[in-house]
Design a protein around this ligand. Structure first.
Ligand code: DP6
Length: 340
């Protein structure tokens, strides 16, 4: 019997991935950039056991048994085994995978990113794979490839139809910008109505705005975002982050039928951020929303206390107004290197 356990963090995109050019290999239509959170905050944990005694492969997620025949799981497993040495003694043993997230699954909180990054990291350790594994994690869930690395990460879309050049790279380690913080304002932790996978597929099929975003906007934004991160220019970083989030949700509305992920509370949070920044005469706080209503707030440590007091005032945690369902506040530095 052989056992490995790994932990992987979530990542929060500041330039969003939205749209695939190849559904099976999970190849995106544009580059994306994210910050990876520290593993003591929101993370996935996966244990894999391999044994010659096991009769069949098994998979549990958060204590519930899942169907092992998922195309994405299969694609990751096949690719890991293809890269393993043919003399690896456990290559033909059956495996039992046990994964858990310490945060809501499929609520737009990047659970699949952490989940697949963790699964692939564990498989890679089990079968002793060398080299970059982000292109394998990508086959599980696109955004998972960015969780393989810590700090600031770019997923390069690549050009080849086979996808070997569609990989994640680290732009800067967490130590580059240690003052950066992320707050997650949980508006709703229920499963989202439409998954990112189906939403982006519909956008590719129906949104003209998406084509314009991928060809005209994102390439320029990626360069400007890299520059802002390298120079630790929070003002520009915040502006680009919010513009990109807004454009992504505009595309969701331009999709037919539209995918509405943000709700009234999400829009109120965005208003509070803009009002706060106007009062400060500069962008001190940046929101970004993924495929769900929850807000991810990037800000510097020097701003957290004051901004949190504003949030607590506008959305009192004890009030029963139907506003914020729960407020999760984390002030850990974004990112340690992924412990692998
Ligand atoms: C809005 O990676 O969940 O969070 O590749 O189909 O699994 P699949 O999609 P997924 O999409 C994430 C979309 C996003 C933006 C981002 O993280 O870049």
């Amino acid at each position: 019997m052989k056992t490995v356990t790994m932990v992987a963090p979530v990542n929060i995109a500041v330039i969003k991935y939205w749209g695939k050019r190849d559904e099976e290999l999970i190849l995106p239509i544009n580059d994306s950039i994210s910050g990876t959170l520290s593993t003591d905050f929101m993370c996935a944990k996966t244990t894999i056991q391999a044994s010659p005694q096991f009769k069949e492969n098994k998979f549990w997620l958060n204590g519930k048994e899942q169907n092992f025949d998922s195309p994405r799981l299969d694609s990751c497993l096949k690719e890991v085994k293809r890269r393993a040495s043919p003399s690896c003694p456990i290559l033909n043993w059956k495996i039992a995978i046990c994964s858990e997230n310490n945060f809501p699954t499929a609520a737009g909180l990047a659970s699949s990113a952490a989940g697949y990054a963790c699964l692939v990291a564990a498989l890679a350790k089990l079968y002793k794979i060398e080299g970059d594994i982000s292109s394998i994690a990508r086959r599980g869930s696109g955004s998972a490839c960015r969780s393989i690395y810590g700090g600031w990460v770019q997923w390069i879309k690549g050009d080849r139809p086979t996808g070997e050049d569609s990989i994640a790279i680290q732009l800067a380690p967490v130590a580059h910008w240690p003052e950066m913080r992320v707050l997650i304002l949980v508006v709703n932790d229920e499963r989202k109505k439409y998954s990112s996978t189906s939403g982006m597929k519909k956008s590719v099929e129906t949104s003209d705005l998406l084509k314009y975003r991928a060809s005209e906007c994102v390439p320029k934004r990626v360069e400007a975002m890299k520059e802002a991160i390298f120079r630790k220019d929070f003002e520009s970083f915040a502006k680009i982050t919010m513009e990109d989030s807004n454009q992504f949700h505009a595309i969701c509305l331009d999709t037919f039928p539209p995918c509405v992920y943000m709700n009234d509370t999400s829009h109120s949070i965005s208003d509070v951020v803009h009002t706060y920044n106007e009062c400060k005469s500069s962008n001190r706080v940046a929101y970004t929303f993924d495929a769900g209503p929850n807000a991810c707030i990037y800000l510097l440590e020097s701003e957290t206390e004051e901004f949190l007091s504003v949030i607590n005032y506008v959305f009192p945690p004890s009030s029963n107004t139907g506003y914020l369902k729960g407020l999760q506040v984390r002030q850990k530095p974004i990112n340690k290197e992924l412990e692998m």
